[in-house]
Design a protein around this ligand. Structure first.
Ligand SMILES: C[S@@+](CC[C@H](N)C(=O)[O-])C[C@H]1O[C@@H](n2cnc3c(N)ncnc32)[C@H](O)[C@@H]1O
Length: 559
């Protein structure tokens, strides 16, 4: 197993085939929640008014032959605890999507437990839809004695309003279940730094040397009374005992950390200058959903701060971190930032592509520095992917030319204004100064676009003719046709006959209106002929001009 690896594929298969026992110090997973709708990952990018959607893992929500097989495997081939739990859940829940979900999660959690080091921790991010069931599953897989916390993360976003009268309270938290493999786990309690004001309020007393401090009890309350700690010290014997033995109390006193009130009672002094921060409890309200520059418009994206907190609490530099449902790569980015080794797995090429671009942008990590596993490297691999999953083939092919997916497919149907368009490449076609005249790059960017169509098989002349129409309809400058098979002569002729386009910024350079590119050509490094050099310059300058531009800037930089 190599550091900085992104696996494309089903995590169960990857864990079973590729990950050795006891490989990771920390595992975080944020699986799709079992909501009543099909699980759609929305990726709001691409053409205006369109959303790229991918149905991630939809089938495993349903009680199918396959989920029944997983269930039977868990009942017959695992240990008694898990087998009994599955049978009990079957009795309580019945044969439905929830049981299918729990069966698929149990099979994965067994593998995750196997690949976790003895000193390792696992954090499972879920919501109240299934958290109660998942906790019993985790008890069965990890042992109930290895449950450490249920963390409540309060999301700071309000759900969309409804036209109907509310009949329940709004749901505003996620649960994160924290388990360890054994009792020998590493953990550093995270500390929150208080503001100057909060510190002054907390440490509201000042001593003769001008040191701020606060007072706390050093004696036990009634409900914790301890007879053996009930001793006299400097004439005072607390009714229910001291909080510590005499030696420790004396030491505190010698260090000037005991305070005596006028009525002779003792308190403990806490000085502000030795305060390291407020210990984090299991209710997290101080972490906000990803927004602004951090947001990739991936709706299930978790905030970096959340993952940073988990990684810092439960691992050290150089440790190995796994996210088996890594989405847009929040864990991977946090791990890279905090100098941990990392591995991410996701079932959609869309997520893997997004992470690739995120790592490039944030850490300048190119494809040479990360290991991509499971995506095609050659035409045969591309053919296999197409056969297995045409949607994933399409996402993969679009990324070969850095195109953003523009499809809005739900349940296999096309909808929205982007009919027939698979992706889009954006480039700068002009810059204008404040007066709308051609400027020197300091003014407003104007974007052009090339729409992209991907064909895994059966490409023919009529597809090129249709693309021509789509370019007009979408008011695009150009069209790119990616094909797995070689184009026919009539296709090439149709593309040539479509003519050329120019943009004001390229000094009359000409670009083909329609280009046909084979997967083979793209894999050998061939690039579409577009005014792309300008985008590269733009990338370099982007940091300084980011604020001047519209939100498209950030999204373009991502790609
Ligand atoms: C809730 S999202 C994770 C979001 C992530 N925590 C982030 O911050 O971006 C769940 C992800 O799991 C992926 N997924 C679903 N089923 C999977 C499977 N069987 N194997 C690997 N990944 C899977 C989906 O594609 C999706 O990207």
């Amino acid at each position: 197993m190599q550091n900085k690896t992104l696996y494309f594929g089903d995590n169960l298969e990857i864990l079973r085939k590729k990950i050795p026992d006891e490989s990771f110090d920390l595992i975080y997973l944020d699986p799709p929640f079992n909501s009543s709708r099909s699980y759609n990952v929305l990726f709001q990018e691409g053409l205006r008014d369109s959303e790229a959607q991918v149905r991630a893992f939809e089938d495993s929500w349903h009680w199918t032959r396959e989920s029944k097989q997983t269930f039977d495997y868990l009942v017959t081939k695992t240990n008694e605890g898990i087998s009994n739990l599955m049978l009990a859940l079957e009795k309580v829940i019945g044969h439905n999507d929830m049981l299918a979900y729990l069966a698929m999660m149990t099979a994965r959690l067994i593998e995750l437990h196997r690949v976790l080091k003895k000193t390792g921790s696992l954090y499972l991010h879920c919501d109240p839809t299934a958290s109660h069931y998942l906790k019993i599953v985790l008890d069965a897989v990890f042992g109930k004695e290895h449950f450490r916390n249920e963390i409540i993360w309060k999301r700071q976003t309000a759900k969309k309003g409804s036209q109907f009268k509310k009949r329940t309270y709004g749901n505003s938290f996620d649960s994160i279940l924290f388990y360890t493999k054994t009792d020998e786990y590493q953990f550093k309690i995270p500390l929150i730094q208080l503001t100057e004001n909060e510190l002054e309020q907390k440490f509201n007393k000042i001593d003769e040397q001008g040191r701020r401090y606060r007072l706390d009890r050093v004696t036990l309350p009634r409900m914790m009374a301890r007879q053996n700690l009930r001793y006299e010290y400097k004439g005072y014997t607390p009714e229910y005992g001291w909080m510590m033995e005499k030696g420790k109390l004396r030491k505190l006193d010698e260090e000037g950390r005991l305070y005596w009130s006028k009525d002779g009672k003792a308190y403990r002094k806490y000085f502000m200058d030795s305060y390291e921060g407020q210990e984090v409890s299991n209710v997290w309200t101080d972490i906000f959903v990803a927004s602004g520059d951090e947001s990739l418009k991936y709706p299930t994206q978790k905030p970096l701060a959340l993952l940073e907190r988990i990684i810092q609490a439960s691992s050290n530099e150089g440790d190995w971190i796994l996210d088996s449902f890594c989405g847009c790569g929040t864990t991977v980015v946090a791990a890279e930032k905090l100098n941990r080794h990392w591995v991410g797995i996701d079932i959609t090429a869309l997520a893997i592509n997004l992470i690739k671009h995120r790592l490039k942008k944030q850490f300048d990590l190119g494809t040479k520095q990360i290991n991509l596993d499971g995506l095609p490297n050659d035409v045969n691999g591309a053919r296999e992917l197409f056969k297995k999953d045409p949607f994933e083939f399409e996402y993969w092919a679009l990324d070969l030319i850095n195109a953003m997916p523009a499809q809005s497919k739900s349940q296999g149907q096309m909808r929205g204004a982007d009919r027939g368009v698979d992706g889009v490449v954006t480039f700068i076609k002009n810059t204008t100064d404040g007066n709308g005249k051609n400027g020197n790059g300091n003014g407003k960017w104007e974007y052009g676009k090339a729409i992209v169509q991907v064909k895994g098989g059966g490409a023919q002349r009529s597809h090129i003719a249709t693309l021509k129409g789509d370019i007009e309809r979408e008011k695009a400058e150009a069209g790119i046709f990616i094909t797995l098979e070689k184009p026919t002569q009539p296709m090439i002729k149709e593309a040539v006959d479509a003519g050329i386009f120019t943009t004001p910024i390229t000094n009359k350079a000409e670009f083909p209106k329609i280009q046909i590119l084979t997967v083979d050509e793209l894999l050998s490094g061939h690039k579409p002929n577009l005014p792309q050099g300008l985008i590269k310059n733009y990338y370099k300058e982007a940091k300084s001009i980011e604020k001047k531009n519209n939100s498209m800037t950030q999204k373009m930089m991502m790609f």
